[in-house]
Design a protein around this ligand. Structure first.
Ligand code: NAG
Ligand code: NAG
Length: 197
C-alpha cells in the first residue's frame, strides 16, 4: 500500500515536471539574445525509384543541309551543281506572338557534317510554329564560300515543312521539320572556290 502511494507521488512529480514550464534558473536566461540553434542537415533526397525512366522532354527536330553552290568539293552533286559544305551552321529563329510577349527564340544548329547535314533540337516547343519559325544561314567555315545563295539574303529565312514519316525520332519528339529548300552559300564576287579536299 505504501509503495503504491510512493509510485503515485513519483508519477505526479514527473507529470508536473513535464508540463510546467521550467522557471528553475531565471538568472541564466537573457531575454534579448537571438535564439541559438544548430542548423540541421537537410533531409536526404527521396530515394529515386530503381530503373525510373528519365523524364522525356518534348522536342521538335529541325534539320537540313547546307551546300556550297557551283564548287566541286567532296560529294559534289551535278544536278544541284553544289557540294555539301561541312562545318557551316544555320539558325532557327521563331518569332513569338502576343501570348509569348513577342519573345524571339534564336537557336544555332549543329555544325554541318561531311554531308552538309545540320540539326537543331527545339525544346521550347511552345515557341515552335511553322508560321513563325524560319531557317537562316548562320556561318560558313570559309570566306571562299560565304556569299548567301539560298536564301539570297542572310536576313531572309526559309520556311519549314513537316516531314511526314521521319524515323527514328528521339523520345518525346513532336515531329521533324526541314527547310523547304537546301541552304546554300556560294563563292563571293571573286568566284574562287575553296580547295577541294
Ligand atoms: C571543322 O572544324 C574543325 C574545328 O574548327 C576542324 O578541326 C575540322 O577540320 C573542320 N572540318 C572540315 C571538314 O572543314
Ligand atoms: C540570331 O543570333 C545570331 C547570333 O547572335 C545573330 O547573328 C542573328 O542576327 C540572330 N537572328 C535573328 C533573326 O535575330
Amino acid at each position: 500500500m505504501a509503495s503504491m502511494k510512493i509510485h503515485a507521488a513519483v508519477a505526479v512529480i514527473f507529470l508536473v515536471a513535464a508540463f510546467l514550464p521550467c522557471n528553475c534558473n531565471p538568472s541564466t536566461t537573457t531575454v534579448d539574445e537571438p535564439a541559438k540553434y544548430t542548423p540541421k542537415a537537410p533531409p536526404p533526397p527521396p530515394p529515386t525509384a530503381y530503373h525510373a525512366p528519365p523524364p522525356v522532354r518534348p522536342v521538335v527536330v529541325v534539320e537540313g543541309v547546307i551546300y556550297c553552290k557551283s564548287c566541286k568539293l567532296r560529294g559534289y552533286n551535278r544536278n544541284m551543281d553544289a557540294s555539301p559544305l561541312p562545318n557551316a551552321t544555320a539558325s532557327v529563329v521563331c518569332y513569338g506572338n502576343e501570348a509569348s510577349k513577342y519573345r524571339v527564340l534564336n537557336l544555332t544548329s549543329t555544325a554541318t557534317d561531311k554531308n552538309g547535314y545540320f540539326m537543331v533540337m527545339v525544346y521550347d516547343v511552345g515557341m515552335f510554329d511553322t508560321r513563325s519559325c524560319r531557317v537562316y544561314l548562320r556561318s560558313s567555315p570559309t570566306p571562299l564560300c560565304a556569299a548567301p545563295v539560298v536564301p539570297s539574303n542572310v536576313n531572309l529565312g526559309l520556311t519549314l515543312v513537316k516531314e511526314p514519316g521521319r524515323a527514328p525520332l528521339p523520345k518525346g519528339a513532336r515531329g521533324a521539320y526541314h527547310s523547304k529548300a537546301a541552304l546554300m552559300y556560294g563563292p563571293g564576287a571573286g568566284g574562287k572556290c575553296p580547295p577541294s579536299y
